[in-house]
Every structure is written in structure tokens, then in C-alpha cells.
Design a protein around this ligand. Structure first.
Ligand code: CTP
Ligand code: CA
Length: 224
């Protein structure tokens, strides 16, 4: 028993991980999306499962797959669908890691038919999507809440602002200025920032190692 617990320190813990992009429909054949691959989120889900956690992975459109026994993958397309799945699981979660690159805007109306081209400019009105992580922060009880911040300027300041605004316990700053970091790469260079203002810059490493580092910090935070 003690042996199993030491190998699987997160046994009995429920994790919720969001991953990948979201696609927001314009018409039946087009959408607004982004370059997120989902790799970071899938790596985190597997790292948590490797430590014994039961993981609900809510993934936007991605070709990635995981066959890990402790990971339940739920596929969604839009921010609205991701929000709906997140809220189904949030109340009973111990740890949430929001690694998804959720679209900030969606078309205000989705055309029923394919939009035909004209000679004039096309204007699509966009309205904000719901901020899924900010919602979780506002409803936070026992959950240890981890967010990501993708920044290209004023990185530390912006990431700290998000940590505070969204009521997070930890934020992972992802700077697109670092080569080898970010979208579509196998590696990532991140800085962890805790709610008590510890700033922990990390080396450039494979995303699965970044995931393991993140799980180490989370385990300290939840006192496992
Ligand atoms: N996030 C979310 N729902 C959204 C937008 C973002 O849950 N509608 C989450 C992301 O998964 C990430 C965090 O919020 O964990 C920060 O996302 P990011 O895009 O860096 O920041 P935003 O708050 O959207 O602000 P901006 O894009 O203007 O920098
Ligand atoms: Ca955003």
C-alpha cells in the first residue's frame, strides 16, 4: 500500500486539463482558429496520469491522441462547447490546468449557407467568447487552478495580471519571443509564477519535461 502510494502520489485526485485550439464557425465550411497543436496539454494530462491522477482531458480540434488508462478524453470544437464540458466536471475537481488556446472572439452570427465571394471587402462581426478560466477562478473552492499566459511583450507583468484577475494559484508564462518555444514545437521555455509571487524561470526543454516540472510544482502546492 505505502509502495503504491509513493509511486502514484496523485492517486484519488481528479484533474481537469483543457488543451488545443478552439474553432469558431463563420459558415458551414469556415472557421476562426489558431495554431495551437494541443501538445502541451496532452503532455500535462499524461504526466498527471503517470502519477496516478484520474484526468479529464477536454480537447479542442487536434489529431493528438492518448491511450493512457487514467485519461478520459472529451473532444470539443468551440469555446462554448469547451465551457459546457468544463462546467460538468469543475465542482468535483482537485486540480485544473487550462492549457487550451481558447479563441477570444467568435462570429456574432454563423451564416447558414456558405458565404459567396464578392468584389467588396467582407466584414465579419466578432463578439467575445466566455473566458472559461476566469469563470473557474470566480467559482473556485477546493480547486488548485493553473493557467497559461501566452505573451509577446511585457511578459511578467501581463502574466501576473492574469494570475490575479483570474484568481489562479499558478500561471505558466509562455513567451513567444523565445526560439523553440510555443506553437507547433516539441519544446517549450516557460516561467512558473505562483500566487505568492515566486518567479521560477525554466530552461528550454521537451514539452513532456515541462509537464513533469509543472506536476512537481503542483504537488508542492496541494501538499501531496
Ligand atoms: N482562457 C480561457 N478561456 C478563454 C480565453 C483564455 O480559459 N476564453 C485561458 C487559457 O486557457 C489560458 C489563460 O486563460 O490558460 C490565458 O489565456 P491567454 O490567451 O494568454 O490570455 P487572455 O486572458 O485570453 O488575454 P489575451 O489573449 O488578451 O492576452
Ligand atoms: Ca486569449
Amino acid at each position: 500500500e505505502r509502495d503504491i502510494l509513493s509511486k502514484l502520489p496523485l492517486k484519488g485526485k481528479k484533474f481537469l486539463v483543457t488543451a488545443g485550439p478552439t474553432y469558431e464557425s463563420i459558415d458551414p465550411v469556415r472557421f476562426i482558429g489558431n495554431h495551437s497543436s494541443g501538445k502541451m496539454g496532452f503532455a500535462i494530462a499524461e504526466a498527471a496520469a503517470n502519477l496516478g491522477a484520474s484526468v479529464y482531458l477536454i480537447a479542442g480540434p487536434t489529431h493528438l491522441n492518448t491511450t493512457h488508462n487514467f485519461v478520459t478524453t472529451i473532444r470539443v470544437t468551440s469555446a462554448e462547447e469547451m465551457f459546457a464540458e468544463v462546467t460538468k466536471h469543475y465542482d468535483t475537481c482537485d486540480v485544473v490546468i487550462a492549457a487550451a488556446a481558447v479563441a477570444d472572439y467568435k462570429p456574432a452570427a454563423v451564416a447558414n449557407q456558405k458565404i459567396k465571394k464578392k468584389d467588396s471587402a467582407l466584414v465579419i462581426n466578432l463578439e467575445p467568447t466566455q473566458d472559461i478560466l476566469a469563470y473557474m477562478g470566480s467559482e473556485k473552492k477546493q480547486q488548485f487552478l493553473v493557467g497559461f499566459a501566452l505573451e509577446t511583450e511585457n511578459e511578467l507583468e501581463n502574466a501576473k495580471g492574469k494570475l490575479k484577475r483570474k484568481n489562479l494559484d499558478l500561471i505558466v508564462l509562455n513567451s513567444l519571443n523565445d526560439t523553440g518555444a510555443g506553437f507547433r514545437t516539441e519544446t517549450n521555455k516557460v516561467t512558473f509564477i505562483t500566487a505568492d509571487n515566486q518567479i521560477l524561470p525554466q530552461e528550454l526543454k521537451p514539452k513532456n519535461e515541462v509537464a513533469e516540472d509543472l506536476l512537481d510544482i503542483i504537488q508542492k502546492g496541494i501538499h501531496v
